[in-house]
Design a protein around this ligand. Structure first.
Ligand SMILES: [Fe+2]
Length: 185
């Protein structure tokens, strides 16, 4: 995995904005919402749920960029996305991005209701990502300090696939991105 990290907030905002009409590796037949709309809905959902955790909201905004950074590595999109934002947005945002893939495997193992709510695209990719976690894997996952926040991100992720839902645009996230980037330097 060779990833050139994003260098500035302006570059990151332009990158996210360009995800308008870009779909994840499963294409429009997978999750039928483009990555820009999905990212904005995810961040908006997290802001409503945890208004003081700006890092978590920003992680929601950037969690799927790995699909665009390296379209050839869908299974590794969490790690690719984390490597892309780590120098700019810091280790916690990167860890949350990285964990949003195992968080799905964790939630499927521990929450039967969540498993039933998975979109068809998420269900297909779950198998490629290693399937449901074993009890041992779930126990190991819970030891990560970011585990619960990553699970919250993952729930917001699944709820952020509503075509046509209008939420605030990318420009409204610039101050939050700048604040998180400043703290990370
Ligand atoms: Fe997502």
């Amino acid at each position: 995995m060779k990833v050139t990290p994003v260098a500035t907030v302006d570059e990151l905002v332009a990158f996210i904005a360009a995800c308008d009409g870009t779909f994840d590796s499963l294409g429009p037949d997978g999750d039928p919402i483009d990555i820009l709309a999905h990212s904005l809905q995810c961040a908006h959902g997290l802001a409503a749920r945890l208004p003081t955790d700006v890092e978590l909201q920003v992680a929601g905004l950037v969690h799927d960029l790995g699909h665009v950074v390296d379209p050839d590595d869908p299974v590794g999109h969490g790690e690719v996305g984390a490597a892309y934002v780590r120098p700019l947005l810091g280790p916690r945002v990167a860890r949350l991005v990285e964990l949003h893939v195992p968080a799905k495997r964790y939630l499927v193992a521990t929450d039967a209701r969540y498993a039933k709510q998975l979109s068809s695209g998420s269900t297909v990719s779950l198998a490629m990502q290693g399937g449901t976690m074993s009890r041992e894997e779930a126990a190991a996952y819970e030891l990560d300090p970011c585990a619960q926040n990553a699970a919250t991100l993952r729930r917001a992720d699944e709820a952020a696939k509503v075509i046509g839902r209008v939420v605030p645009g990318i420009e409204t996230w610039i101050p939050a991105l700048r604040r998180v980037a400043e703290q990370a330097q």
